[in-house]
Design a protein around this ligand. Structure first.
Ligand code: GAL
Length: 896
């Protein structure tokens, strides 16, 4: 049996400018390991061919009797339905063996049955002519281009048709000189139920769409011949509570090695003892010998520092002495080494610490000949979970100012893109975020590279459901067969990332309700975490109470919404704190506050927090939610109410807000919309007012005062138009056209200044603030004139012309003074000249059903976004035009 492995070796790093660079190329020339990204040359088709003799399904799925559409997110999950249908002809028995490397007990390993199902299906055959299929480049999300579904059914998965069957075909380049090599297909993520054929033979697959997995192609490839890959995906409807996307939505790689090589995710770095003077570094490497003779193997490693961009810098800083051992034919062996770093540069979250990193470069020799080189980036840090003291990073308490994020990247969907993810993290960091929960599934591997590099603390989460179901066809269908493999796969892939502080084995699972039975499953999952890693395990609980069996199984207490109270349930922080004095406690989901950027609805609630109802926070006609930021999902709370609950419970380590960014699907409270309302930042990446509320708390040193709403209300003259201000100041005075509306002192447990009885008159609203008696910040908002022009700005003036890097262009509708026109909804036409192309447009409006690739996009409350890419070097000009407004253009240079 092959022992566990761990990550390394994808060598894409981004510069702070976001340019994607190859990290460490020269070693490839000296050693036979090659890692080739296979992103182009794919052909794609939806649906199965007609007339197959075999049932191509992974398994028979239960009939969906009742849709889960529009179900309240915290509804109790139900018992699984049983499938009575004949499952004899399905492909599951041929797929399950792919899990074997991740099943600890050899007695439970799956044996591939005889036969070669599907080999007669036209699409898998080498001679099938696929020239009518669509050309696609990976990462590819087959649903994101739309169109949006105008009538039902649509529910949590949203209005883009991500469900259904899709096929991908591509030939693989395996030259004759590769004879004798080990050859693997590495899939970073395929949504979902992947089945893979090579040259007409079924090789294996992996159902769960969020994990990374490998197939050994060695016995099946024909070096020097034509090698035809065919991948079938079968993404079930009713399988998620959010938009999953569909397709080969992350990278695929062809990995070629010598028969003796570092295995899949085959290194484990740990730093068990860390001080400012010294750090002990242990490095375990698992070497596979795919050859037919035993090999005398030597492994030696050198450690280098990495710079901020992830490039090696300087000479060797430590060495792991050579280790020697025989590795049996078709066997594996683990080489355990260690070394000492003096004056280590520690990894820790900014702004108080720096995310310094190192890389271990391991060289594998057989009879003195180099057969493999393998890199393991890592960080030296000590993270302690210290009960009521919270989380200590390198001895320093770090309050968790976190957010949850789903995996989609707005207008480009689930197709992973490093720059789009980096941009999200930059916006969040600017707000003061220092921690991210990967809700509710393992992310793209590059996202963890980004969190390592930028210094975010991460909760890596594997499942949204266990045996009980939230939607009729979710993960519960395969939990019995796959939970061990899926959990171990996440742990082994991700465990060298310094940013990961905590593993989450579940989110709001139905097993919270099943007492000891649920706790038993939790025990099994937590014990798997302990076998693979030293970091603690948790599971997010929105229902389980301190005296129930489930919380006791967790190393860290993660509660969703309960901390500050759910509906009529009083806040649970004190009860959890008292019951688990030695465990760290925090809200893994907080707030679930809802709003639409720039939509201010009247009357404004006088209370601090409440559910969205018609006329109270919500407009049932426009399906917009008020940006006064006082409303939440039925079980949630405003940001302010969460702050107050935490400040009254100092033993709470922090929060992870639901959510940092709006996401596709789950559009509570208006299920006809395309995307959520819960983001602090909208789907296009434009901050809502809440951004400044969090920033005032998380970056209290920043001198600003943010006023809401805008002050351009023709027709509201003389009507009550409350003015609220977000600032870390402790005193503030508001003036409307020079007339004071009163000077306010910040009250205990209040996080905004509010003047709720201001009457609107055009002109100027000004706030003057003080902190500790000293002037702090002043802000003015004025009534704008008619819109006259468009104004463009771009996030970066230079991008890589590599077909992947992106420029994000913001277009504002402005008046003659260049001030944003806060209600403008003009249709904006985008055009690209030169080296680039328009990828997608957006505006952050959850109700906008214009397909994302559209070159025409209505501004939403004065703003629109265009996403641009270049496949070659040269200048790119993005031109934006709208009837009756002066056009605008912005130039971006694509570099080679
Ligand atoms: C939670 C759930 C999240 C999301 C959120 C919506 O109950 O864990 O996945 O559904 O509610 O507010």
């Amino acid at each position: 049996m092959r022992p566990p492995f761990s990550p390394a070796n994808w060598h894409v790093a981004t510069l702070s400018t976001g340019l994607v660079v190859a990290m460490i190329a020269p070693v490839a020339a000296q050693a036979p390991r090659e890692r080739i990204r296979i992103d182009n040359g794919w052909r794609f088709q939806r649906g199965d061919p007609a007339g197959n003799s075999v049932d191509l399904r992974y398994d028979v799925r239960p009939a969906v009797e009742r849709s889960a559409d529009g179900k309240v997110a915290d509804a109790e999950p139900e018992a699984a339905a049983t499938v009575a249908a004949d499952t004899a002809r399905v492909l599951k028995p041929w797929i399950l063996p792919t899990a074997n490397a991740f099943i600890a007990d050899p007695a439970k390993h799956h044996v591939r049955p005889a036969g070669d199902p599907g080999s007669d299906v036209a699409y898998v055959r080498t001679d099938y002519d696929d020239k009518e299929w669509t050309h696609v480049t990976l990462p590819h999300d087959w649903a994101i281009a739309g169109p949006f579904i105008k009538d039902g059914p649509y529910g949590g998965m949203g209005r883009l048709k991500s469900w259904g069957i899709g096929w991908y075909r591509r030939t693989l380049d395996i030259p004759a000189k590769d004879r004798g090599k080990s050859i693997f297909l590495d899939v970073d993520g395929a949504m979902s139920y992947a089945t893979v054929w090579l040259n007409g033979k079924l090789i294996g697959g992996w159902p769960y769409g969020y994990n990374s997995w490998r197939l050994d192609l060695t016995p099946h490839v024909v070096p020097g011949g034509r090698n035809q890959l065919a991948i079938r995906l079968d993404n079930p409807g009713e399988s998620a509570r959010w938009y999953p996307g569909g397709g080969l939505y992350r990278d695929l790689w062809l990995t070629k090695t010598a028969p003796v090589h570092v295995g899949q995710w085959g290194s484990i770095v740990r730093t068990p003892a860390v001080s400012a003077q010294r750090a002990e570094v242990t490095l375990a490497l698992t070497i596979d010998n795919d050859g037919s003779a035993p090999a005398q193997v030597e492994v030696a490693s050198e450690v280098f520092a990495l710079d901020a961009m992830g490039k090696r810098t300087g000479g060797v800083v430590a060495r792991v002495a050579p280790l020697r051992q025989m590795v049996a034919a078709k066997g594996s062996a683990r080489f355990d080494g260690s070394t000492m770093l003096t004056n280590p540069r520690l990894w820790g979250p900014p702004p108080t610490q720096s995310p310094n990193r190192y890389v271990a470069l391991s060289t594998v020799r057989v009879n003195g000949r180099v057969v493999d080189r393998y890199e393991t980036p890592f960080g030296v840090r000590d993270i302690r979970f210290a009960g009521a003291q919270g989380v200590l990073v390198n001895g320093q308490p770090v309050r968790l100012n976190g957010v949850n994020n789903h995996h989609d990247l707005g207008a480009i969907g689930a197709a992973f893109n490093v720059r789009a993810a980096e941009r999200q993290l930059e916006i969040l960091r600017d707000m003061g975020v220092n921690a991210i929960r990967m809700s509710h599934n393992p992310p793209a591997p590059e996202l963890l590279e980004l969190t390592d590099r930028m210094g975010f603390l991460v909760i890596d989460e594997v499942f949204d459901s266990w045996e009980r179901k939230k939607t009729p066809l979710d993960f519960h269908l395969i939990f019995p067969d796959w939970h061990e493999a899926d959990l171990r796969a996440m742990l082994r892939r991700d465990r060298n990332h310094p940013s990961i502080m905590l593993w989450s084995v579940g989110n709001e699972v139905g097993e919270q309700y099943t007492g000891e039975d649920g706790a038993k499953i939790a025990r099994e999952l937590v014990s798997i975490v302990r076998q693979e890693d030293t970091r603690p395990a948790t599971s997010a609980m929105n229902y389980a109470k301190p005296d129930m069996p489930l919380p006791a199984e967790m190393d860290v207490i993660n509660i969703n919404y309960q901390g500050s109270g759910i509906r009529t349930l009083p806040g649970q922080y004190p009860a959890f704190r008292a019951k688990f004095p030695d465990k760290v406690l925090f809200e893994s989901e907080s707030a679930s506050a809802l709003s639409s950027r720039g939509e201010y609805l009247f009357p404004v609630s006088g209370s601090l927090s409440g559910p969205v109802r018609p006329g109270s926070g919500g407009d049932p006609d426009t399906h917009q939610v008020s940006a006064y930021e006082l409303h939440a999902s039925d079980f949630g709370s405003s940001a302010d109410r969460e702050f107050a609950a935490m400040d009254q419970n100092p033993g709470v380590a922090g929060e992870f807000v639901w959510t940092g960014f709006d996401y596709l699907g789950e559009p509570t409270p208006y299920y006809t919309s395309r995307s959520s309302y819960s983001g602090i930042v909208d789907l296009a990446g434009f901050p809502k007012d809440r951004f400044w509320l969090y920033q005032s708390r998380w970056r209290p040193e920043l001198k600003f005062a943010h006023i809401l709403p805008h002050w351009s209300w023709p027709g509201r003259e003389g009507q009550v138009t409350p003015v609220h201000v977000f600032s870390s100041a402790d005193e503030a005075e508001l003036f409307v056209n020079g007339v004071s509306q009163g000077r306010l002192k910040r009250a205990p447990y209040a996080y905004r200044f509010r003047w709720d009885f201001v009457t609107y008159q055009p002109g100027e609203v000004k706030v003057v603030t003080w902190k500790d008696g000293q002037p702090w910040a002043t802000e003015t908002v004025v009534t704008t004139g008619p819109a006259t022009a468009l104004k463009a700005s771009v996030d970066r003036a230079r991008i890589a012309g590599d077909g992947r890097d992106l420029a994000f262009v913001t277009v504002d509708v402005v008046d003659a003074e260049g001030r944003i026109s806060p209600r403008a909804g003009n249709p904006v036409r985008f055009r690209v000249e030169g080296a680039g192309e328009l990828v997608a447009t957006d505006n952050g409006d959850p109700t906008d059903l214009t397909a994302f690739p559209s070159a025409v996009r209505n501004a939403f409350n004065g703003k629109a976004l265009a996403i641009v890419r270049a496949a070659k070097a040269g200048p790119i000009t993005l031109i934006a035009e709208a009837d009756g407004l002066a056009p605008t253009r912005v130039v971006v240079t694509a570099l080679r």
